[in-house]
Design a protein around this ligand. Structure first.
Ligand code: FPP
Length: 253
């Protein structure tokens, strides 16, 4: 069901700040960590940290558009995040609606396509309607693909993929002989997308937290101690630059 979102303003597509050089990562994935600590350090509620984190999302999406990144995948709410206090869960899950209400016209003007990975069925109606509306409105756009990982957990995704695939084997839509890595990938929520070239994690921790475990097999990692609300365009561009210097060997020499 489409949600009515008032039209706010159309910003002009932004001029590219830099001409993309060869080697810009095509797919960047980000674990946006540190909202809670950012807020607590300032005597604010964790909810305020997540709201500030939303402003960083906007800045980084703009920088990704300008840098001609093709796909940006943001870890927004994990299958494990349900363990948090109810009020904090609700704050996070209400952000997509606020985000779309404010920024969808600008995203459309910038040719951004919005998609979701994760188990959308279990999300509250206000989250589902907001993202569904944004996905419908941007389906034909062919600029940056912006994936929000919502109620996403990699093991859960792999299990869901496996169940669907076993169903297809049983129904003889698929034969065991046809099953290879590429075919299995097509059952994942990211099916059809290139694996991330670069993973950024902010907030100082160095772990994957159940994010894209299959898809990150050969991805380059870039960690920052900066808490997500303080993460800047400059740092994002620095991560892209450092990625361009890296030599990827995919197990070869
Ligand atoms: C992790 O920080 C962050 C989250 C669980 C939520 C991420 C959500 C946003 C950045 C805003 C979403 C924006 C949109 C557009 C929907 P944490 O709370 O675990 O931080 P901590 O480690 O400091 O406690």
């Amino acid at each position: 069901m489409a949600m009515k979102i008032p039209f706010i303003h159309h910003k002009q597509p932004q001029e590219a700040l830099q001409i993309p050089g060869d080697g810009t990562p095509e797919h960047v994935a980000i674990i946006m960590d540190g909202n809670g600590r950012w807020a607590q350090k300032r005597g604010m509620t964790r909810a305020a940290g997540h709201k500030e984190g939303m402003s960083t999302v906007v800045k980084i999406v703009r920088a990704a558009v300008q840098s001609k990144v093709n796909i940006l995948t943001l870890y927004t709410f994990s299958t494990e995040n349900w363990k948090r206090p109810k009020a904090e869960v609700e704050t996070i899950l209400r952000l997509p609606k606020q985000f779309m209400k404010t920024y969808l016209p600008e995203l459309i003007a910038n040719n951004v396509r919005i998609e979701v990975i994760g188990d959308m069925g279990k999300l509250p109606i206000y989250t589902r309607e907001a993202v569904q509306y944004a996905m419908d409105r941007t389906r034909k756009n062919d600029g940056l693909q912006l994936n929000f990982a919502l109620n996403y957990g990699s093991r859960h995704e792999i299990l869901r993929a496996m169940k669907e695939m076993l169903g297809d084997l049983q129904n003889e839509k698929l034969s065991l002989d046809d099953l290879d890595e590429q075919h299995f990938s097509s059952y994942l929520d990211t099916g059809g997308l290139k694996d991330p070239d670069l993973l950024i994690r902010t907030g100082g921790e160095k772990r994957l937290s159940n994010f894209l475990l299959w898809q990150l097999a050969y991805t380059e990692f870039w960690f920052s101690d900066v808490l997500w609300p303080d993460f800047s365009e400059q740092e994002f561009l620095q991560a892209l630059d450092e990625y361009r210097q890296r030599k990827r060997r995919y197990g070869g020499i």
